[in-house]
Ligand binder design. Sequence first.
Ligand code: PFF
Length: 451
Amino acid sequence: MTTSAQRDGFTSTLGVLAATLGSAVGLGNIWKFPALTGANGGAGFLLVYLFATLLVGLPVMIAEITLGRRARANPIAALKGMAPGRPWWLVGVSGMVAAFMIMAFYSEVVAWVFAYVWKSLEGSALSSDAAVTEGAFAALVASPWQSLIWQWVVLLLIGGILLRGVARGIEAVTKRLMPLLFLLLAALCVFSLTLDGAREGLAFLFSPDFSRVNAGVVLTAVGLAFFKMSIGMGTMMTYGSYFRADQNIPQTAARVMCADLAVSLLAGIAIFPAVFTFGFEPTAGPSLVFITLPAVFAQLPFGQGLMFVFFVLTSIAAIGAMLSLLEVPVLVLHERLGMKRSNAIAVCVLIVGVLGAGCALSMNLLADWRVQGRNLFDLMDFLSSNVLLPLGGILIALFTGWVWGRDAFSRAVSNEGSLDNRRLAGGLVLILRYVSPLLIFIVMLNGLGFI
Ligand code: PFF
């Protein structure tokens, strides 16, 4: 087993920020967040989302990172070590299962994004007629080989980066990619704001409509905060185990939360003015990214170039998220089963390859294979987002608040007393004990259709 002295880890504050932000920023910012904001009351939803991130997202994120750093180990070993003889380590196991399930469908969507980087270079899939762009996307999804090949391109790239390790792989890559992402996004925003539909697009995103904020919308916001901030499954615990001892965890987590929110808002500012300029419906999910946007780009000056920039940007966002997802089981296999890191990566890539192939094929050859009306792709999405992540979130909050306890948590979060944040730690413990678990519990019941 690796000792902490030899353990790989992040080397600089900037590197920590880039890697953690890289995990939070992902496909969720581009297609989920802006569309959900627009559809659920604009600024009203933003306010609710802000509360959800402050009351649930941020506390659980801080708890996860702090647990990981204290244990300096993978989530299973961390929880085993901190509560010996008790079953809390199963939270780590469920996180690992969730990581595989998310990667199975997420890697497929990333595969489509990569395919569209290629298509934008070729100039194919670009047409002002939405029926044509729909046909191009349907053709990609319907072709088993294309989906599988692009999925393997994604997996080999992510596996290759992880092979270089934490500092030279994850940190080095995200440190370069994150600034580029902001730059490209800012450029697209400036361009989009010059279009005729700018006012309408901004109004869709920001004009407050509090009448639409009901219980369902609150629950949507909490669920989104979970997925967005990569919490509830040990990802942040894994990254926390690579944090330096002098890193200010609450400050880092708050910065990540704000920067992630900024990316989501900028994505909305880049997308919706353009969508409204050409009279399209502001849809959500794959149809927004792969059908509506190519039709929008086709009508813009430099459309092909803009489409290329957009899909490169989306790929960058997805790479950081995929790195963090794959790192969770890789670290477990490496540390707990004593596998060489390279072998652990190979095994995990293979597993995701097989599960991912199932998801890719569930769109074509295996389309008839369904559980309660859901194909494999939707099933993985549903089970991970609606069951495993919220369950993990509740348990991590309860573990930190009640089992690990106030004093130990305060010591760890204050870097053994060198940071003066005793009151903040006390407030966090209260939230983790009572507020977050209760809120998440309600979200979960909603996700499973009980309320
Ligand atoms: N936060 C990522 C996104 O918004 O796309 C998704 C994600 C990444 C979820 C990593 C969970 C995770 F562990």
